[in-house]
Design a protein around this ligand. Structure first.
Ligand code: BES
Ligand code: MN
Ligand code: MN
Length: 460
């Protein structure tokens, strides 16, 4: 019955996602403020059509939250779905083969059934929308087996800063038994996996100031500290030859993982060769005595995200710049605290600055790491759902990405999140030509339906 409903409405499910993808809901850029609101209204309209008990576009100090619910029986478990309808900026726009907000379906090597190309196709509109469509199918066929609540925000890509007070203010409204999220990935199309860990984030901007104006690099060069040279040296010193981060105290709280658990993790299929080939590098690189997978998931990092200063126009201009800047991110692992790490960075960075310059460190938004245990009913339901839809038991894997609100949900609502993601690393989230496989889209819908089924059965 439900399968027939999906079959009969498959094309519309895709067309509606395409409509949503046409709305440029870029949360970071104020120029798109109205579009962000339009995306929220679009979702509200979807919920209205499905016939929920309640749906509202709720204001925050920033972009609004879409909240919807359907309570069928107070005695049944409640699934709270979280997702985000905002997207990353599309630039560099010239590297897109088609418009970032003009979705097109194209076949790729990995997605011979076709993939939808658009900003947000995978992160997170496509994955979030699977939950609406699964929910619609359950409502329409009268097979919804759990109460359902939806909290879909418009500020995930800018740090979810206004969602934290929101969930604190609406604790009662958000009461649930589990949070279900599709905003992560899986190992491969035929290798289902469930994300059991997310890294946290500390993000800082640094400024190194030298002379009070740009100087002639012939007249002054060699005698006056060059802020770009100084900044480069300072950044270089933040890692030693083993790619170990040199900030004192940086590793103090890192939760070391047992040899057994590392051995278990190492069983996940991984090809170093395919990894390098996919991003066109000759070899990977990272912290000594950890594998590539470990470096990208269970170990903290420090990366320069952007660096600028001086003359970057055409030709050569001989200038000794007055200022240099960089944006630096540190991915954190359980139990590192972003505020503490930011402070350690700040103190250390200031302490290593030579007297010839002044430095300023400005913290940006951060986020806490999160872990999901696998010995819970909530995880088991997800595992059974994936096993049924993919025909293979999913592998629990830690991810290197961050979703700051997950730790806040745990702290404020006392709820663990199940990270049931269907994206692939090759889907190019945050990059030009982001896409989402149509196979993954429908598989995701199927798996979500099965999650409600298994979770309600386990909870009986
Ligand atoms: N959905 C991603 C995070 C993600 C992607 C986790 C794939 C695991 C696998 C999310 O939208 C994101 O991009 N998060 C940001 C953090 C945020 C504070 C901007 C990130 O990880 O950089
Ligand atoms: Mn996301
Ligand atoms: Mn993202």
């Amino acid at each position: 019955m439900i399968n027939e409903y999906i079959q009969a409405n498959k094309d519309r499910f895709l067309d509606e996602l395409i409509e949503l993808l046409k709305i440029p809901s870029v949360s970071a850029d104020p120029a798109y403020k109205d579009d962000v609101k339009n995306a929220a209204d679009f979702l509200k309209e979807q919920f209205v059509k499905m016939g929920v008990d309640r749906v509202e576009v709720m204001p925050t100090a920033g972009h609004p939250v879409v909240y919807a619910e359907k309570i069928i029986d107070e005695n049944l478990p409640t699934v709270l779905v979280y997702g985000h309808y905002d997207v990353q900026p599309a630039d560099p726009i010239e590297l897109w083969e088609s418009g970032p907000f003009e979705p097109v379906v194209k076949k790729t090597e990995i997605h011979p059934e076709g993939a939808i190309f658009a900003r947000g196709a995978c992160d997170d509109k496509g994955q979030m929308f699977m939950h609406l469509k699964a929910f619609e199918a359950m409502l329409a066929t009268d097979t919804l087996a759990c109460n359902a609540k939806f909290i879909i925000e418009g500020e995930e890509e800018v740090g979810s800063e206004n969602l934290e007070p929101f969930i604190r203010d609406y604790k009662d409204m958000l009461k649930a038994d589990v949070i279900l999220v599709s905003d992560t990935g899986m190992l491969a199309k035929d290798v289902p996996s469930i994300t059991t860990g997310l890294r946290g984030l500390s993000y800082v901007e640094v400024e190194v100031v030298g002379p009070n104006r740009d100087l002639h690099s012939g007249l002054y060069g060699g005698a006056v500290a060059n802020p770009i040279n100084v900044l480069s040296n300072m950044i270089a010193s933040l890692q030693d030859e083993n790619k170990h981060i040199t900030i004192p105290g940086f590793y103090d709280d890192v939760l070391e993982i047992s040899a057994e658990e590392r051995a278990e993790m190492a069983k996940a299929p991984f090809s170093e060769e395919a990894y390098c080939k996919a991003i066109d590098i000759r070899q990977s690189e990272g912290e000594a005595s950890f594998s590539t997978m470990e470096r990208a998931t269970i170990r903290p990092t420090l990366d320069v995200n952007g660096i600028w200063g001086g003359y970057i126009g055409e030709g050569a201009k001989t200038v000794l710049p007055s200022v240099a800047h960089a944006k630096i991110s540190m991915r954190l692992v359980p139990n590192q605290d972003p505020a503490k790490i930011t402070k350690l960075f700040q103190d250390h960075f200031e302490s290593i600055a030579p007297d010839s310059v002044r430095v300023k460190v400005t913290p940006h938004h951060g986020g806490e790491p999160a872990l999901t245990p696998i010995d819970s009913d909530e995880y088991r339901a997800a595992s059974l759902a994936m096993e049924e839809s993919f025909g293979k038991k999913p592998i629990p894997v830690r991810s290197g990405g961050s979703i700051p609100i997950i730790a806040m949900f745990e702290r404020e609502l006392g709820l663990k999140s199940i990270l049931l993601g269907f994206g692939l690393d090759s889907d190019a989230i945050h990059s030009p030509n982001e896409h989402y496989g149509i196979y993954n889209y429908y598989k995701g819908i199927e798996t979500i339906l099965l999650y409600y089924k298994h979770y309600s059965q386990i909870k009986k």
